[in-house]
Structure formats: C-alpha cells, structure tokens
Design a protein around this ligand. Structure first.
Ligand SMILES: Nc1nc2c(c(=O)[nH]1)N[C@H]1C(S)=C(S)[C@@H](COP(=O)(O)OP(=O)(O)OC[C@H]3O[C@@H](n4cnc5c(=O)[nH]c(N)nc54)[C@H](O)[C@@H]3O)O[C@H]1N2
Ligand SMILES: Nc1nc2c(c(=O)[nH]1)N[C@H]1C(S)=C(S)[C@@H](COP(=O)(O)OP(=O)(O)OC[C@H]3O[C@@H](n4cnc5c(=O)[nH]c(N)nc54)[C@H](O)[C@@H]3O)O[C@H]1N2
Ligand code: SF4
Ligand SMILES: [Mo]
Length: 678
C-alpha cells in the first residue's frame, strides 16, 4: 500500500480507552490495531475498537444536518437547521418555561470531552429539572451506596485486584464488557494474572466467560444474590471479622448484624437456590483470605435488589477491613478531579434526593436527574415538549419501547446529535451530525474509571466527512440561537484550544496530557483522603435506613425471568454491522418445557410486550433465567420492560428479573400460561 500513514490514538468506544494505531490512506481509515507501547492496554484491542473503520465508513453515516419537513427528514444547511431549532425552542421556553425542555446526555457524547462539557453548560443555562442520562438505565445503585454508606457520590470504588487474595464478581462479565464502572483493558490477560494470587468467584445465573476463567461459579437465582451476601456478612460477623477496623472506621455494625440475621445457611441456600456446600465453601474462602475485593455490574444494578446487593458487598468489605486497604477496595481520586486535594462534603444519611417528575409523583430525582422511565409520561402530560437528545439511541436504551415511541412522536421538537442513522434519528425533528471519534481531537474524560490515575489526549485522525462539526460547536450554536451565551470563547476556537480550556475540571492542568498524549500520577494506597473523609462521616455507615428497609421488603422472583447481557461485538446499540446475532439463551429444560427448540425462532413475552429471537438452548444458563442481549433494533429487549417498573428510591429502570414466558414461534399467538399483554 502506498500513502498509508499511521496515527497513534486511543479508542473511545468504551471507558477502557485502549491505545490504538490507526492506518489511514488519504481519507480512508484502513485499519485499527493495538498500540504495544500504550501504558494501559499494551497492544490489546477488542473487535469493537478494531471495528472503528466500519463505524467511520458506515453506509448510514450522517453527513449533513437534517430537519423534518412535511413529515420527512431532509438534508439542509447548519444555518437553516440550527436557526429553525433555536427559534422553536426559544418560543416553547417563553410560553411553557424551561421545564418544557428535557435533555438526555447519551453515551454518544459521553466520550467527547469538549462536547460533553458544552452540553453541561447548555443544560445549566436552560435551567430545566428534566435531566436524563444512562445513570437511571444503567446503575444508580453504586452511586446510591457510595452516598449512603460512604457519605459521598464521588467515591468511585474498585477492587484492588492487583493484590487481592479473594475476588468476587457479582453480575458483571468483564471478559466481555471490560468492566462496569471499572475499566479493564485486556480483561482475559488481566484476570489470568489475578488468578495467580487470588481465589476468584463469579456470581451470575450464567456460566460466563469470566466464570470460566475464574474457576469458581455460583449461580444464584436472578436478583437473589443479596441472600448469599447477607449470609456471608452474617458468617463473618460471627467469625472472621476485622474487629479493630469495625470499631475504628465504621458505625451501626449492630444494626447491620440484625438486618442479616435471618440469612442462615439454610435460608440463604433456599432464597438463592444454591447448594449449601457452595455457600460454606464461599464463606471459608472469605475467612481464609481475610480481606475481599468485590466487583459488581449491571446484573446487579438492573435488578430489583440492586441497592441492597451493592450495599451488602460494601458491608462485607467493611467488616473484613477491606475498605481502602490493600487486597480490598480502593477509591479512585480521578486524574483531573484530584479528590486527594479536596475536602469532600459529607452527604446526608438520608440520601441526595429531590422532587421527581410531576407526572410521576411516586418518583424522586436522584443526583439532580429524573428517571429515564418517566419520559413518556412527561411528554404525554404535555410537560416536556422539547427533547435534546445528545448522543443517545433512546428506542433501544429506554424502557417500554411500545410506550416510548408514540410519546416521542408527540414532541414539538426532538433534536438528536448523532453520527449514524437509526430508529431514534428517524423519529427526530432535527438531526445534528457531529464529528465521530476519529474526526476529533479529544482527552479521556472518565479518568476515575481507569485502573490508573491517568489521562490521555489524541489528535484528530481524519477530517470530518460532509458537514459534520464538533459537538461543542453544535451545542454552543444551538444555545446561542436559543438565546443563551454559554460559550464565551466563541465559535472560532480550535478543538485543541477548546480541550486545553475544559479538560482539567479546574484542578489539575492538562498541559502534560496535551503535550505528550499521556500523563499519570502515583496511586497512594491506602489513600489518606479516603480515611480523612470517612472520619468526617463518622465511619462507614454500615446500615443506612433506606437499605435496611429495602432488604426487609424484597419480594421473591417469578419462576422464569429475563436477565440482560452484553455481547462481544456490540457496544449497546452500536456495531450492529459486526453481525452479532441476538441469541436468546435458555436452559435446555426450560426450552423443552415450553416446546422451544435450539436454534429455532423463539418468542419471549412479558406483561408489557414481546420480541422474537433465535433460541440457544444451553446449560451455561441456570434454569429460570432467559438471557436477552441489549441493543438490537429488531429483537429490542425494551419491548419487554416497563416504564412503571422502577426502583422507587433511585428511579433505576428494572432491566433484570422481568417475569417472562417463552414460546415457539408457531404457537406464539395462542399461549396457554403467558401473562396477558397490556
Ligand atoms: N433493557 C435494557 N436496556 C438498556 C440496557 C440493558 O442492558 N437492557 N443497557 C443500558 C445501558 S448500561 C446503557 S449505558 C444505555 C445506553 O444507551 P445510549 O446512551 O442510548 O447508548 P448507545 O446505544 O450506545 O447509543 C449511543 C449512540 O451514540 C452514537 N454515537 C457513537 N459515537 C458517537 C460520537 O462520537 N458522536 C455522536 N454524536 N454520537 C455517537 C451511536 O451511533 C449510538 O446511536 O442503554 C441502557 N438500556
Ligand atoms: N462488549 C461490550 N462491552 C460493553 C458494553 C456492550 O454493550 N458490549 N456496554 C458497556 C456498558 S454501557 C456497560 S454499563 C457495561 C456493563 O458491564 P457488565 O455489568 O459487566 O455487563 P455484562 O457483561 O452484561 O455482565 C452482566 C452480567 O450479569 C448477569 N446477570 C443478569 N442478571 C443477574 C442477576 O440478577 N444476578 C447476577 N448475579 N447476575 C446477573 C448477566 O448474565 C451478565 O453476565 O459494559 C460496557 N461494555
Ligand atoms: S476494550 Fe475495545 S472498545 Fe473498549 S477501548 Fe479497548 S478497544 Fe475500544
Ligand atoms: Mo451502561
């Protein structure tokens, strides 16, 4: 090949931010491969990162701004589209107030540092309470527990797997996902190293890729993991607790002990439906190790027992003296945030909640956000008339597709920032194409999810196609035309200058990051800032009232429930072109009982709706669980979920543990024991 040049960059498909080398021939992105010299990923990439050329050259990529004229989207100029959008939004705000505008911070701008910062500025300028983000469709439980138990939502905890002797993953499959809220480049290589010094357990209804590597697997009934953890906390409090740590660094241990008291060996085994010997072996492992390191994922945070389960993992780590201690759990100070130099405020023991959406009086806001699940009702009630969708694929991401789509159609203005056409852009009134990740200079934004305390920078690799512009520019211009001056630097500043302005969160200058592409600081561990903060809290709050009450009120699950899973060649709704099929995983006994055959079409039905996929009858999944992958437009799992089925504390949509029935396609129209579709 002639004329091929190679540019060093980092992948922003997921928060692992692996180092990549991008081969470019003119405007064509030929190939993406791993960068062996990269400090985090050392040459590792996954199929999604290597799929970036396909994303850039996608046949449905959006090159021109569009707006709906006579019901059809038509390409137009930036001036016309932004002008129309700005004028209409301004009029609506003048008539109905700022609360008539909803803003969704989607994953598509989550890894666009300058765009994300500008979006925050626009949202603040509008002054609407209707803020939505993946928080309430992904994992509120972790933040809630950080707030209630640790006294700050800023506590971003992660297993100290580098020195752990006992590791447990609950409802997370890092070998495929690369971690939930804890990025893990090269997960297989990493876990092989961890296995050298740690006993690793995976709790998952499915014998996952991670479970295979770990060697120890416990398949509790979906949503019943809490019983296993309660049993472990109870057992450790009887024998094996770090009494000194409990006395000096925690509070309310007696209330915790009382809350877990019912979870005897036989009760826990029954509730979780696991063999008693397995629980005994697990408890022995924890006792032997002394300290434990536990990671959780969406299998936990999407279930009805999310808050309680995450809480009990923290409680187990606290009573074993593992919090902020080697071999236990550490807290990321952030590279830019630099929490080690700040005195974090102590959050109230009763949580950080505010008023919820008016159309859904049972809800509250959590961290200033409304649950994504309330969006259809807010639109139907005429409260939200404008939706600014900043990089989200709502049709596949939000619960209750059947209710969501008609609501979205009622919006006066539905503006979507996107790079590739999909079912959500088709519903939009304005479509605003921004630079994809290979077209923009960037810095890593979610540095507190990284295994290191580091940040990096990449230049743009190819010029933007068509009329695509920087996200920050589009949002800034949107704001200006709505009458908000959110961008004092003006539209003529280059991307790199813009990054220099916004990248440091105001605490640590990014000069070195911008100059060298990478900067890192040493981890101090145990971290004095965490101990100082916990001292101000009065010790880890082991038994928050809200969580004790939720534990006492958890209901049993249905005999057959849907559970979520990520797939190797998809990132949520993205990379469909890599051809990952939406296989529905069922235990062969459940399949047989329903007359469903392996490799044949299967209908999965809930009280809300149904979808059709291809069955994979396989004993890798336990009985009573049906695993449906997320992110497919055809077999859209959110046809099964319910906007009214949410966690009433945090507003998190329930995406795991949904009661379902399964049917072979030919008999799907005359089910015998299915719940009635509404
Ligand atoms: N039932 C169920 N629902 C779920 C889940 C589940 O497991 N089950 N998972 C949930 C989770 S964890 C999450 S995080 C959410 C995710 O929900 P979303 O935030 O909606 O995420 P994606 O589906 O990844 O959609 C991101 C969009 O951004 C676009 N995009 C990609 N790169 C860029 C870019 O550089 N610029 C711009 N402007 N756009 C870009 C993509 O084309 C894509 O359409 O879905 C949630 N919904
Ligand atoms: N390849 C790929 N990587 C991704 C994504 C992707 O779509 N594809 N999405 C990214 C995003 S947005 C996120 S939020 C993260 C999520 O990262 P993870 O949380 O690690 O997501 P999964 O890989 O689906 O692992 C969740 C596991 O929970 C199990 N599970 C389901 N219900 C239960 C339950 O009730 N109890 C227990 N114990 N387990 C349960 C499922 O079987 C599954 O194996 O992944 C990120 N990385
Ligand atoms: S794990 Fe894959 S998608 Fe995530 S940053 Fe690395 S190469 Fe990109
Ligand atoms: Mo997510």
């Amino acid at each position: 090949m002639t004329g091929v040049r190679t540019v060093r960059s980092f992948c922003r498909v997921c928060t692992s931010v692996c180092g990549i080398l991008v081969d470019v021939d003119g405007d064509e992105v030929v190939k993406v491969r791993g960068d062996r010299d990269h400090p985090l990923s050392q040459g590792y990439t996954c199929p999604k990162g290597r799929g970036l050329p396909g994303m850039h050259h996608h046949p449905d990529r959006i090159e021109h701004p569009m707006m709906k004229i006579d019901g059809a989207l038509a390409p137009s100029t930036w001036d016309a589209v932004l002008g129309d959008l700005g004028t209409r939004v301004r009029e609506i705000i003048d008539r109905h107030g700022p609360q008539s505008v909803g803003v969704f911070f989607g994953s598509g701008i989550g890894m666009d540092a300058a765009g994300y910062r500008m979006a925050q500025a626009l949202y603040a300028a509008i002054g609407t309470p209707a803020k939505f983000s993946p928080l309430t469709i992904d994992g509120t439980a972790k933040t809630l527990v950080a707030d209630l138990v640790g006294g700050s939502v800023a506590l971003s905890g992660r297993p100290d797997d580098g020195s752990a002797s006992f590791m447990m993953y609950v409802g997370s499959n890092p070998v495929v996902s690369h971690g939930h809220t804890v990025a893990m480049p090269n997960p297989t290589g990493h876990l092989r190293e961890v296995r050298e010094h740690a006993e690793i357990w995976v709790m998952d209804p499915r014998h996952t890729e991670t479970a295979r590597l770990a060697g120890n697997h416990i398949a509790a009934r979906p949503g019943m993991d809490f019983a296993v953890l309660a049993y472990l906390v109870r057992g450790i409090l009887r024998d094996g607790a770090d009494r000194d740590f409990i006395a000096r660094h925690t509070q309310d241990c007696d209330v915790l002990a009382e809350a877990v008291e019912p979870y005897t060996l036989s009760r826990a085994a029954e509730v979780a439906d696991v063999p008693e010997e397995q629980l005994v072996r697990l408890l022995e492992g924890v006792r032997r190790a002394g300290r434990v390191a536990i990671g959780t994922g969406t299998g936990v945070t999407m279930s009805a027992s999310a808050n309680v389960t995450v809480w009990l993992t923290w409680a187990l780590m606290a009573v074993t003296g593992s919090m902020n201690r080697p071999g236990g759990f550490w807290f990321h100070p952030g590279f830019g945030y630099r929490l080690e130099d700040t005195e974090m405020p102590v959050s109230p023991a009763e949580g950080s909640f505010g008023p919820g959406a008016p159309s859904r009086p049972e809800t509250q806001s959590f961290l200033g956000e409304w649950p994504c699940a309330v969006l259809p009702d807010e639109i139907d009630a005429g409260n939200i008339r404008v939706l600014l969708n900043l990089g989200g694929h709502l049709v596949t991401a939000f619960p209750d597709t059947e209710r969501l789509i008609p609501a979205l159609k009622k919006l006066d203005v539905f503006a979507t920032i996107e790079i590739i056409e999909n079912e959500t852009t088709a519903l939009s009134t304005h479509v605003l194409p921004t630079k994809d990740q290979l077209e923009r200079a960037d810095v890593s934004l979610w540095d507190f999810l990284s295994p290191r305390i580091a940040a990096q920078h990449t230049p743009a690799i190819v010029p933007p196609v068509g009329d695509r512009r920087s996200t920050w520019w589009v949002i800034s211009e949107m704001g200006r035309r709505m009458g908000y001056d959110i961008d004092p630097a003006g539209p003529d500043v280059g991307d790199d200058e813009r990054l220099a302005q916004i990248s440091s969160y105001g605490r640590r200058p990014y000069d070195e990051v911008l100059a060298n592409g990478w900067a890192e600081v040493e981890r101090e561990f145990p971290a004095p800032w965490v101990d100082r903060h916990i001292e101000r809290v009065g010790g880890w709050r082991l038994a928050p009232r809200i969580l004790v009450d939720q534990l006492a009120s958890l209901a049993d699950t249905a005999p057959l429930v849907m559970v979520p899973r990520r797939q190797k060649r998809q990132l949520n709704s993205q990379f469909g072109f890599l051809g990952e099929p939406p296989l529905i995983l069922i235990h062969p006994d459940d399949a047989e009982a329903a007359g469903v055959l392996d490799a044949q079409p299967v209908v999965v039905r809930s009280a809300t709706g149904q979808l059709t996929g291809v069955a994979k009858a396989d004993p890798v999944i336990r009985r009573g669980a049906v695993s449906v992958p997320h992110g497919h437009q055809g077999a859209n799992v959110n046809r099964l979920t319910d906007k009214d089925d949410i966690d009433l504390v945090t507003g998190m949509a329930h995406y795991s543990g949904i009661p379902v029935t399964i049917h072979p396609v030919e008999s799907a129209s005359k089910p015998e024991s299915a719940p009635e579709p509404r």
